[in-house]
Design a protein around this ligand. Structure first.
Ligand code: ZN
Length: 129
């Protein structure tokens, strides 16, 4: 993409053109007082100098510090954390129960095997009749 603006090879050349543009703006009063914001800048695309208006104020604000959580946010986060902890505790208890059941079943099976009791055969509904 090429620049459509009038280009100047050097800063001095552009400064000279800027002086002429400001003089003309003052003389003809075209553009009101916008000549006050006219300046020279080096184009980042073509590397040459152009005249342009710095209409945007360039203010380098430091990033705002993150806000501390409000009391409501703290309260809700606390509630979420305690609810999550309760769920996790419940699930851990459930898993432990399952583990104990499995241990008991395994022991019962071992006891039956030690006594020589034959394994029960599970009969499916379809096979029953
Ligand atoms: Zn350019």
């Amino acid at each position: 993409m090429t620049c459509t603006k009038r280009s100047y090879a050097t800063q001095a050349e552009a400064d000279e053109a800027l002086g002429r543009a400001i003089a003309q703006a003052k003389r003809t009063r075209r553009g009101g007082t916008s000549y006050k914001r006219l300046n020279v800048y080096r184009c980042q695309q073509c590397g040459l100098f152009h005249l342009g208006r710095g209409n945007k104020l360039v203010v380098h604000k430091p990033a705002p510090a993150p806000k501390p959580p409000t009391p409501g946010q703290q309260r809700r986060q606390q509630a979420r954390q305690s609810a999550q902890a309760a769920r996790q505790a419940f699930f851990a208890d459930y898993r432990q129960t399952l583990e104990f059941c499995r241990i008991l079943i395994d022991r019962e099976i071992a006891r039956y095997e030690a006594l020589g009791i034959p394994k029960r055969k599970v009969v499916q509904e379809a096979e029953r009749d």
